[in-house]
Design a protein around this ligand. Sequence first.
Ligand code: SAM
Length: 318
Amino acid sequence: MPIRTSKTEIKERLIDDYGREIRSLRFSITNRCNLNCIYCHREGEGRRELVEEISAELVIEIARVASGYFNIRKIKFSGGEPLMRDDLVDIVQGMRDFEDDISATTNGVFLKKYAAELADAGMDRVNVSLDSLKEERYDFITSSSNNLPKVIEGIYSAIDAGLTPVKLNMVLLKGINDDEIVGMMDFVRECNKRGGGGVVILQLIELIPYFNPSVQNYEADFYGVEAELKSKASAIKTRRMQHRRKYFVDGVEVEVVHPIDNTEFCANCSRLRITSDGKIKPCLLRNDNLVPIESVDERHIINKLKLAMRYREPFYGR
Ligand code: SAM
């Protein structure tokens, strides 16, 4: 695959009617997944059936145009399971020259195999979903078996390959894993010893229950958890992205992602999503305003990105 640098001259910024500037693209490059997490929102796509997946060429062209024309230089790959795309390494390599930050959110099962290759191709870091360190719970949550040891190996490989900081994504689930935060922090500490300190971050994610009503019973006391972190933290920082808070507790960095009923979450939304079949998705929680991208033509991509901006409005507070 040819490696192209972005020759497009930066022309304008992508800012919606609410003053929110787009700073990152989140590509769902497949909706296939080797796991089946009980709560999974599938990046809001809501589909399990196979679709014609967005081509590597289109992914790279969208990234190139967004970078060169709109100065968006931050890319996240998600899915489905992004490591199920056997051309992910090529995709990363194809855009490395015009991005500042390339990352993926993965379940980590195949990470041991790909970590070094992805790092060589130009990937900067990964998020690994890890809801439990107890095998029985992990199997229940992911509807799978024998995968937890592979994920742990994958995390070690990511650290060794320098795909850092590695963020461990833990969706809090009442009665299932909400008693494991301390255990998870111990695991982060252990990983940090391996990586020389500070390379692994725990990211606690509030469950979004809208996609699967049967998981509503698992909504944990997120405010209570956050209050406890606050009381123990030696320092607290707030990230610009969605006003996420970071708590520093006993040498572990814990970031909190709190999307539910959170107007701040929407007010500070600076990401645009692309679906696995190549449509711009202005909001995780809506599917009635998708904008298909039908060609790799630069002008077409620019126009579609601008059109999608007209459809962006905060979900909370509507
Ligand atoms: N397969 C990859 C993985 O497991 O990370 C990428 C796709 S997954 C949809 C991306 C992230 O979304 C994961 O970290 C997952 O925990 C999070 N997620 C999925 N469904 C969610 C929900 N209902 N509420 C909150 N987070 C969710």
